[in-house]
Design a protein around this ligand. Structure first.
Ligand code: ATP
Ligand code: MG
Length: 308
């Protein structure tokens, strides 16, 4: 895989300015056939802007993008037959029911497999007889997914697809995406949610302030991973005993009896050291997206110290 002929999305020097706001700066990215690509970044990073350029909803200030070797602007019409996308809002179709929407969009696009639509409706547990305006935000999202998937497009471009979905429906969505990938089709999805991206994506691009910071395989990203451990200990605790441990760093005392530190690698030495104490409580947390970014930058100072 990853030959030139397998490139589905090719982004070359993409730049978008809104007046003084530099939403995207000189973005270069290739996404390959048969992968689930996660596009991760904090609010305002430029994820939606990228997606809007790919869907030809806005024009870039500079640079260009191709999908399946076709220019996203010049060849938008033939291209859109091969795309499925999830728009932020389905408000345009307020007066329609779910089934109306399937009929309407299906008529426009063609190639809709009604058996697959019924399967999606069942698996996503969607009430298709309800008008869009009477749907909850999660129901609208499900309807958005059904219309994005129903013609089995070669590429899905989804802007925060699981936002507002309950955990059960999120699981179903993850499974649907794996099935799309296993059928050799391609998914490009944006998200704020690192654990989700880790669960379903093959690669992730990390965007920040309009710049692509890193593009990594999830398996490589995981090797970089560390966690925060907080221990609530009864009695005195010797910080140095933890500072000495392999893989432990940034040991701090939060309040009396509570210490917090970073752990990378195996937990065994930490658990054994903690076993010397009377542990009242323990918390073990994922690093924040920000911390992962900083890890990529190789910066040692934390955001807190930066802001001060
Ligand atoms: N139409 C617009 N006019 C002016 N500025 C805009 C416009 N659309 C987006 N921006 C700005 O461009 C930047 C990128 O916004 P974008 O919506 O792409 O971010 P995002 O990564 O999708 O964020 P979120 O996670 O909040 O959805 C932000 O600074 C935003 O304020
Ligand atoms: Mg967005």
């Amino acid at each position: 895989m990853n030959n030139k002929s397998d490139i589905v999305i090719h982004i070359d020097g993409l730049t978008k300015h809104y007046g003084a706001v530099k939403a995207l700066s000189d973005l270069h990215l290739d996404v390959y056939r048969g992968e689930i690509f996660g596009y991760l970044g904090p609010n305002g990073a430029g994820k939606t802007t990228t997606i809007r350029v790919l869907l030809d909803l806005i024009r870039p200030t500079a640079g260009r993008a191709e999908i399946f070797g076709l220019d996203v602007n010049r060849d938008a019409v033939p291209l859109h037959e091969r795309l499925g996308n999830l728009p932020g809002e389905l408000a345009l179709w307020n007066h329609m029911t779910g089934w109306d929407l399937v009929d309407y969009l299906g008529g426009l696009r063609g190639g809709v497999d009604m058996n697959y639509v019924r399967e999606l409706v069942r698996r996503l547990d969607m009430d298709m007889t309800r008008k869009v305006k009477a749907c909850s935000s999660g129901m609208k999202r499900k309807l958005g997914l059904i219309q994005a998937l129903m013609h089995k497009p070669d590429l899905l471009v989804l802007d925060e697809p699981t936002n507002g979905l309950d955990p059960l429906v999120q699981q179903t969505f993850h499974q649907l995406m794996r099935e799309v990938r296993d059928a050799g089709r391609t998914v490009f999805l944006s998200s704020h949610n690192l654990p989700e991206v880790e669960t379903i994506c093959d690669r992730v691009g990390i965007l920040r302030a309009g710049r692509l910071q890193a593009v990594e395989r999830i398996s490589d990203l995981k090797q970089l991973r560390f966690r925060w451990m907080t221990l609530h200990i009864r009695g005195d605790v010797d910080l140095a005993a933890f500072e000495r441990l392999e893989g432990v760093s940034d040991v701090t005392r939060l309040v009396n009896g509570t210490i917090r530190f970073r752990v990378a690698g195996e937990l065994d030495p930490v658990i054994k050291a903690a076993g010397q104490y009377h542990i009242v409580d323990l918390a073990y947390e994922e690093p924040s997206l920000e911390e992962i970014f900083l890890e990529y930058y190789g910066e040692t100072e934390t955001t807190e110290t930066k802001e001060r």
